[in-house]
Design a protein around this ligand. Structure first.
Ligand code: ATP
Length: 879
């Protein structure tokens, strides 16, 4: 490996250029890119192959539910072989097992398809220079020899040899385990590096640029990279369990346990007290086990989550961790960046103040006006201290919006950065970072002297003694009170260039002036913050901007209201943990913060019992994004590092999108609970009815095949479509659900109890009526009537369950797919009941008119009871 890398580390940049037949200035030609793509393929790590169909089927049969079913098949087969019973049972149960696995595979496949479609939305990109043109391309299109340009916050897209760098460091923990950033340079290395970590002039795929900028030539792509060599094939479709699905899993397991216990008890009761044969009682036991298990629930949970992910993506919230779908619905604090998320990030300089002059209002100065000498000098220095570039059509302007605002101002007065740099060539740069909040550039002046220009946060520039601070701060505060983002600028002239060109050399900074930048709030943010508040969610603003600017904007958008306060990062540092905890609920704005403050804020809120969503865009935000319950990165302005650390990415950087995601998250959660109510109460009813009837000595009132038809066909199929239920009108009007809240609280337990009880009473009564009341002990009539009432009744009462609104409102119209599935399953049941061969197969007897009338009346009873119960709870949502 050492020599492999040394092949490039020992070369000079010009030699690397030659080796790859590329150009350090123009990059590759279009022609050679095409050829190399053919030769090297996509710059991607190869994914592990998906398990084949057989493995997937085995995986589905590998849970307790399927094992019970398989046991039932085996038992029926055994009975068919050893006794006079036929093969019907074994075949029917077997067919239902196949149907169940088939449905699960299909639903899972569509859920996976939905999730993998998202992958392309989070495709990483890179700036590459090809044929002399800078362009942004998907990283998978890179080829060896490509000339790429990287900056702080980027994830290195392929192994590359650095040919130019400024203050470059990279975090290579992913490859080497070293947690501290490694400094990097372009210099050739004489001695072969001991390890990857010592390869100072190389950047490796998958590592992160933590500081500075680099131009590099790609040396290896895809599986040829060092990461590719060590990566055992990636399995990107890892399955994650959300807290809710974990709880539901344990619910299913507990139900299965109850089933096994109940089954054993039934076998004992049946053989000991009712003199049934052992094999027959074994069949009862198996039926009971089948009755107890909600076979389709796990797939409904997966499907609901996938559907939520898809809907969120449509609303521009891209989920990276499926568990975030659930967590986002339950957050009670959203800590949001200001710039770009709450505001538009469309920065325009509205005012500026050249030192010693009056404040200039840009709007009042005509573009054609001849500028005063001081203004021209002021703007020239400002232009020199930026890295932004305007393109002719304005569509692909490159650079930080704050800096673009500066070059736009220059353009208004027919000035360009390039022109400024012609007279003042740049020698060095100390780039901006949000910890120090300043940026410095060094230039040679036309008079042969040198000048360092520093711009940034007023309180972070150590101005010299001669600068009159009072006046400076007066004007600053005046700008800030108008919600303007203020940048101060200063300079220092040197006769000769200092050896170390860093901020320590700046011992006597002169004032250049101030600029005031407007960044209007996003219009959707004000209603979104109101909605959050209504939903019991506190919105907190965290910004690097000045306290006064932050306060002015926070008031405008409704974050900072009476009784709430704003503090600076410095004031925060002065609070110890206890003092902070006491105040945390009242602090709504944190200004002049550094990324490290964010972790403290997240953790403090969490120890306050809150579930926190936190936004972040910079490379230093990654730890806070990981610490938050839902880390949210910015799709447009965010660094790749922050996106990698996030659970969710906002494709539009917009705060309002977070609130949409909360709404969707809550809807998914509710829909899953609706599915639990819909399925599990029928399981309970089945268990009690079976045990009750067997205890009474009536034998099993339903056959295993009938139980399966109810669970998999009648309830299972419509149940899938509960995942498509749209948000309830009042979904944002209740407080978030606390972390350890049981799923049975908030009324679900009672609703399940009412529905189970309704069915137990109803179907036992129907059974008794059918078997003894209307006939002289005809169990098959009792069973048939019970089956029809349970199957059709538990299908129809999906309507009062699916909505918290009155059943007469939208319930029948807002989910057409569910209606179709109901018609389909209803037809299925009717065909089973009326089509003789099928009826015989499922032990369904022919009913007379009276019996049919009773069945038809009875199937509506649960719907009426549930709707009335819902109303009695007074929780009907208004639309
Ligand atoms: P948020 O965290 O809400 O996105 P922000 O973008 O305002 O906040 P920073 O980017 O850290 O936070 O900016 C903080 C301060 O740094 C600004 O108020 C400004 O004074 C200064 N600043 C921002 N951009 C630059 C830049 N390109 N050059 C110099 N100084 C800058």
């Amino acid at each position: 490996m050492k020599n492999d890398v040394h092949k490039f580390t020992k070369l000079k940049p010009t030699e690397v250029e030659k080796y790859f037949e590329t150009s350090c200035i123009k990059g590759l030609t279009a022609d050679s890119v095409t050829k190399r793509r053919e030769k090297y393929g996509d710059n991607e790590l190869v994914e592990a192959k998906k398990p084949n169909l057989l493995m997937q089927i085995i995986h589905h049969l590998d849970d307790i539910t399927s094992l019970i079913l398989l046991f039932a098949v085996a038992l029926s087969a055994y009975l068919a072989l050893t006794t006079d019973s036929d093969w019907t049972k074994a075949i029917v149960i077997g067919a239902i097992v196949i149907l169940n696995v088939g449905i699960a595979l299909f639903q899972e496949h569509s859920a996976e398809k939905a999730l993998s479609a998202l992958k392309s939305m989070t495709q990483q990109t890179v700036t590459v220079i090809r044929a002399g043109e800078k362009q942004v391309i998907p990283t998978n299109e890179l080829v060896p020899g490509d000339l790429i340009s990287l900056e702080s916050g980027d994830i290195v897209p392929a192994d590359s040899r650095i040919i130019k760098s400024t203050s470059l460091s990279a975090d290579e923990a992913i490859l080497t385990g070293e947690s501290l950033p490694i400094e990097k340079t372009a210099n050739a290395m004489d001695v072969a590096p001991e390890s990857l970590g010592d390869s100072k002039n190389m950047l490796f795929s998958g590592t992160a640029i933590t500081q500075g900028t680099a131009t590099a030539i790609v040396t290896a792509t895809g599986m040829q990279t060092e990461l590719g060599k060590i990566a055992t094939l990636l399995n990107t479709t890892q399955k994650q369990q959300t807290p809710l699905s974990k709880r539901l899993d344990s619910l299913t397991k507990r139900l299965s346990f109850v089933a096994v216990l109940g089954g054993t008890a039934t076998i004992l009761i049946a053989t000991l007290f009712h003199q049934e044969t052992f094999t027959e009682s074994l069949m009862f036991g198996v039926s009971l086990a089948i009755a107890a298990v909600p076979e389709t629930l796990p797939v409904i949970v997966t499907l609901s989550m996938a559907h939520g992910v898809q809907k969120m993506a449509k609303k521009k919230a891209i989920i990276r961790q499926v568990s975030a779908v659930e967590t986002i619905g339950n957050v009670n604090v959203i800590a949001s960046d200001k710039t770009g998320t709450l505001t538009q990030n469309k920065m325009t300089i509205t005012k500026y103040w050249p030192e010693n002059k009056n404040v200039r209002t840009v709007e009042k100065i005509k573009g054609s006006e001849k500028l005063a000498k001081e203004d021209k000098q002021f703007l020239t220095y400002l232009g020199l201290s930026t890295n932004a570039e305007l393109t002719t059509n304005g569509k692909a302007d490159i650079g930080d919006p704050t800096e673009l605002a500066i070059v736009h101002l220059l353009a208004r007065f027919k000035m360009t950065r390039a022109e400024c740099e012609k007279s003042y060539p740049r020698i060095a740069e100390d780039p901006f970072d949000s910890d120090k909040k300043t940026m410095t550039t060094w230039h040679k002046r036309p008079d042969g002297k040198y000048v360092a220009i520093i711009k940034g946060a007023i309180d972070r520039i150590p101005f010299g003694k001669s600068v009159e601070k009072n006046k400076l701060y007066d004007i600053h505060d005046q700008f800030a009170a108008e919600a303007l983002r203020v940048l101060a600028a200063g300079f220092q002239v040197f006769d000769s260039l200092p050896a170390e060109r860093n901020d320590d050399a700046l011992t006597d900074i002169q004032l250049l002036g101030l600029i005031g930048i407007i960044d209007p709030p996003r219009p959707e943010v004000i209603p979104a913050i109101k909605a959050a508040q209504k939903g019991g969610i506190a919105t907190v603003m965290i910004t690097g901007d000045h306290l006064e600017t932050a306060k002015a904007i926070a008031q405008e958008i409704g974050i900072l209201k009476a009784g709430k306060i704003a503090i600076t990062g410095q004031q925060l540092n002065e609070l110890d943990d206890e003092e902070f905890a006491a105040k945390i609920d009242s602090i709504r704005v944190y200004a002049r913060t550094s990324p490290a403050d964010k972790i403290r804020i997240v953790k403090a809120w969490q120890s306050h019992g809150a579930i926190v969503a936190m936004t972040g865009d910079g490379v230093n935000d990654a730890p806070a994004l990981k610490a938050a319950n839902v880390g949210i990165a910015m799709g447009i302005t965010g660094t790749e590092v922050s996106k990698n650390a996030a659970d969710m990415v906002l494709a539009d950087d917009n705060f309002a999108t977070i609130i949409e995601a909360v709404k969707q998250g809550r809807t998914v959660y509710e829909n899953i609970l609706k599915a639990v109510e819909f399925l599990v109460s029928v399981n309970f009813a089945q268990i009690f009815t079976m045990v009750g009837a067997i205890a009474m000595g009536w034998g099993a009132p339903m056959t295993p095949e009938q139980l399966l038809i109810v669970n998999v066909l009648a309830d299972g199929i419509p149940g899938f479509f509960l995942s498509r239920e749209i948000a309830e009108p009042g979904i944002m009007n209740f407080s978030p659900i606390k972390k350890d809240t049981s799923i049975w609280s908030r009324g679900l337990g009672k609703r399940v109890a009412v529905r189970s009880a309704t069915y137990i009473i109803l179907i036992l009564a129907i059974y008794v009526l059918g078997r003894f009341g209307l006939n002289n002990n005809l169990p098959e009539i009792g069973t048939t009537m019970l089956f029809l009432v349970l199957a059709i009744g538990s299908m129809l009462d999906i309507y009062p369950i699916k909505t918290r609104q009155s059943i007469t409102k939208h319930a029948y119209t807002n989910n057409p797919a569910l209606n179709k599935s109901l018609i389909f399953t209803l037809l299925g049941i009717v065909i089973i009941a009326l089509f003789q061969p099928l009826a015989t197969l499922f032990s369904i007897a022919a009913l007379n008119l009276t019996e049919w009338v009773i069945v038809i009346v009875a199937i509506f009873i649960p719907t009426i009871v549930i709707e009335l119960y819902k109303r009695s709870q007074g929780k009907i949502a208004k639309s």
